[in-house]
Ligand binder design. Structure first.
Ligand code: ZN
Length: 286
């Protein structure tokens, strides 16, 4: 099942498969199809997640109207909490010359930075970097969740791009990750939230990004230091996870700031961020 956001209304995208920025997909308005039981706003669907899934699996849905992916907003537009994880791929920790963490490295992206799957983002400096990330969307609230049950608390997975302004990030010691990663538009998200049952192996997804067609990152979530279930369990030992919360799960090797020579985004360049089974974000820097 795929859930998306069309003009701040929750929609179902019938069928399955990856979505790119140039695709057009049928979209079914959830509030209309459920006679007002769910939606129309996106957050209320996650708040009623278990009931919603039970309804959606047996509902006879209308055909839906065709919508360009470029018109979709972020599939979770205003989460109550956003967690972001640092150094969660072995290959990225190694390229950054940092030790592989034994505890979670956690920061946030402030929610106002979220933007849809096809977007123009203002390049705020000459030190803006890319980080493609698998984003977990929480469906069922929980505190102190066991790792064995953790996937039951996950509504679905989507693609995120953790755009990062490195000058602000490293202006102070210790570095302040959250601020440099929260400029307007620095959180492209989408195109849809895909439920875990849609993936052949939800713990091993190809993930990567390209810059004007040139591959920059090319990894797999099988390389996670802390897989999704471990992240959900460990975060929930401290914080009560709420429906619609996002977890940006970290980025694989290939970010610009540790390349030799270093490379940052330039105005006019387009980043395409992709994850197997979900699709692509198309983000143009202006
Ligand atoms: Zn990141």
């Amino acid at each position: 099942m795929r859930i998306a956001n069309l003009t701040d209304r929750a929609v179902l995208l019938p069928g399955s498969g990856e979505l790119t920025g140039s695709d057009t997909v049928p979209a079914v308005d959830i509030a209309s199809a459920s006679d007002g039981r769910f939606g129309p706003d996106v957050a209320s669907v996650y708040d009623a997640w278990d009931d919603f899934v039970a309804w959606a699996r047996q509902a006879s849905l209308p055909q839906g109207s065709s919508v360009p992916v470029s018109e979709l907003g972020p599939p979770v537009p205003s989460p109550r909490q956003i967690f972001a994880i640092g150094l969660n791929y072995r290959d990225h920790a190694i390229e950054a010359d940092l030790e592989i963490p034994t505890e979670l490295v956690v920061f946030t992206k402030f929610a106002s930075c979220l933007i849809g799957p096809v977007a123009d983002v203002e390049l705020v400096s000459d030190r803006v970097d890319w980080e493609v990330e698998l984003v977990v969307v929480i469906g069922r609230e929980g505190l102190k969740i066991d790792e064995a049950n953790a996937w039951d608390h996950v509504a679905g997975l989507t693609v995120g791009q953790d755009l990062s302004e490195r000058r602000v990030q490293f202006a102070v010691k210790p570095p302040q990750f959250s601020l440099g990663k929260s400029y307007p538009g620095f959180g492209p998200l989408g195109p849809a939230v895909v439920t875990p049952d849609e993936f052949a192996d939800r713990d091993a997804l190809a993930i990567g990004c390209s810059l004007d067609g040139e591959t920059m990152q090319d990894g797999t979530t099988a390389d996670f230091v802390f897989p999704v279930a471990a992240l959900v369990s460990r975060l929930s030992q401290v914080v009560r996870l709420l429906p619609g919360d996002l977890i940006f799960t970290g980025t694989p090797a290939g970010v610009g700031s540790v390349r030799k020579p270093r490379r940052y985004l330039a105005a006019g360049e387009t980043i395409v961020s992709r994850i197997e089974g979900i699709g692509e974000l198309t983000t143009r820097m202006i």
